[in-house]
Design a protein around this ligand. Sequence first.
Ligand SMILES: C[S@@+](CC[C@H](N)C(=O)[O-])C[C@H]1O[C@@H](n2cnc3c(N)ncnc32)[C@H](O)[C@@H]1O
Length: 435
Amino acid sequence: MLEAKGADPDFWSSKDRDRSDSAHSIFQYPAMMVPIVQRRLMGAVLEVRPDIQSVYDPFMGSGTSLVSGMHYGLDVYGNDINPLAVLISRVRTSRTVEFTAEAVAEQVAAQAKADRRQTIETSMDNREKWFQHDVAIELSRLRRAIRKCTDLWMRRFLWVTLAETVRLTSNDRTSTYKLHARPADVIAKRSLSPISVFRDLARANASSFSTFRRRLTDANWIKSAQYVGQTDVRVGDTRQALDYWGDAAPFDLLMTSPPYGDNLTTVTYGQHSYLPLHWIDFQDIDATADTAMLRTTQEIDRRSLGGASGERAWEEAKLLEASPRLKRFADGLPSKPDDGRSRLVRFYRDFGASLDSILGVMKLDSYMIWTVGNRSIAGQQVPTDLVLGELLEGLNCKVITTLTRRIHHKRMPDRNASSATMREEKILVVRKGEP
Ligand SMILES: C[S@@+](CC[C@H](N)C(=O)[O-])C[C@H]1O[C@@H](n2cnc3c(N)ncnc32)[C@H](O)[C@@H]1O
């Protein structure tokens, strides 16, 4: 079924960028999957396995897999280490939403406009580096107005809109995911009104929500104003997934796109989230969301896979035995520059530990759909898909097929970064075997 579709190299490479029906663009989260592609994949799997009821994404990011699952009425579960990813996904996958979002956002903008206070509502270090004074004043007025909202989903919706407002009005360059301030003369020439930006974004976000909910309603997945399936999104490190998913697991289907290297040398999800998170009330994200994540600009990336040597990691010898391809690749790397080999090995040792947890929460015989990008180190492409295949097969899984998705106009994070060579993605369709 999937193989037959995969015979057409463009079937999974949809140029259809329609992102309006899953509230997809409420925040520009890095490396988002394409909703229509994920939905097609899910549809193909559901044809073969109509008994599937739940989908799990252990690296959920902005929640693309989960909203794809909602289009099929599935129970959707996901976690991510990054609190901003959790906030975005919680907003998108909420079982109930407020249909007055646009009107409420208008009121919030009006209140912020009427507010004359000069107090700055964030205590970040180096604030002057990242925000012009007038911008910080308006963001503070928005933050005060959002706090007055009584409905939690509504506040979360407004926080996501504020997060995107921060991204667009800070002094950080939007062309890279790494924090990098614009030159002083460029900053001085910018004239910005966060309140106006917020109002425009809120309108667009509310409209994309209405479209998403209408689609779900048309498909009969909304009953008494509530999504019919379970939706559960948690803050959590996948290496510990077994500890906190015990109550909801095992899951029927995995759909994910994992990181493909440590954040610092691939995609700095944490740095990208650092400025927005400084303007959001963490307790509105989750009671366990840890503000120490904002200790430095690097902290979220440091806690992510491959960031710092963690306790739960495979031994290097076990890893290299499990994947001869990885061993061959790592052994061929020059020791300089940049310590490429040890970073690569550290990432995969962490990744191995997360595979143990993931397999622990999946049902026997369940399908897993892994979308992976390739990256280069020292000019050589890491065979990410083949390494993943070997690691999974070593854990008694069976790679059923590997599909190729060409990337038509993916936004490149950093022009000169290692990920800039990524022009196609591989999609591994895998079945879990006996432990
Ligand atoms: C490729 S992105 C996922 C993007 C997502 N598919 C989407 O469409 O938005 C990978 C995600 O893995 C998360 N991540 C990295 N290390 C993690 C860990 N140890 N546990 C859970 N999530 C982690 C990152 O924060 C990031 O959101």
